[in-house]
Design a protein around this ligand. Structure first.
Ligand code: RP5
Length: 171
């Protein structure tokens, strides 16, 4: 199998925002292929890519794009697998155009829209992990460990805050 996840971005300029997504997929041991492919500049190549990945057993798509971002919607039109969209801030409208384009799919062909930019890309990877973990016990355990680690880091931050507040209350 080529990869469980297809990560596709409309341009290489989207990669800075999409980097946390591929880094997290790698950390969780999720197999993926990542490509630059554009819904409007290379429509035939996008069609071929999504169809090939689907034939080879891909389980879902993560699509990041900026501007009038129709990449995720077009992937969802081609594939019947879940598509997670990441709007990217690459235009004068600071990603709000991409957010609306990604989130406002007309009824019938859904896209799971994340937030704008790196935070959205991070959550896209985690959302993909949550979907894949439904049928992968080891991945579910890794995800649970990630949540525990995150909770521990918040607890550490709180402990530091309490210390600082105590220090400030000293005369
Ligand atoms: C979109 O246009 C891409 O997803 C990118 O966010 C934006 C700008 O692309 P480049 O001009 O940087 O290639 O299709």
């Amino acid at each position: 199998m080529a990869g469980e996840v297809l990560v596709v971005m409309g341009s290489d300029s989207d990669f800075a925002a999409m980097k946390p997504c591929v880094q997290l997929l790698r950390r969780f041991g999720v197999s993926f292929e990542a490509h630059v492919c554009s819904a409007h500049r290379t429509p035939a190549a996008l069609h071929a890519l999504v169809e090939r990945m689907e034939r080879e057993g891909m389980k879902l798509v993560i699509a990041g794009a900026g501007g009038a971002a129709h990449l995720a919607g077009v992937c969802a039109a081609i594939s019947k697998k879940p598509v997670i969209g990441v709007p990217i801030d690459s235009s004068a409208l600071e990603g709000v155009d991409s957010l609306y384009s990604t989130v406002q799919m007309p009824p019938g062909v859904p896209v799971a829209a994340m937030g704008i930019g790196e935070a959205g890309a991070t959550n896209a990877a985690l959302f993909a992990v949550e979907i894949l973990a439904l049928s992968d016990k080891r991945l579910a355990e890794r995800h649970a460990a990630y949540r525990t680690e995150m909770a521990e880091s918040v607890a550490k931050k709180d402990a530091l805050l309490q210390k600082e507040l105590e220090r400030l209350s000293q005369p």
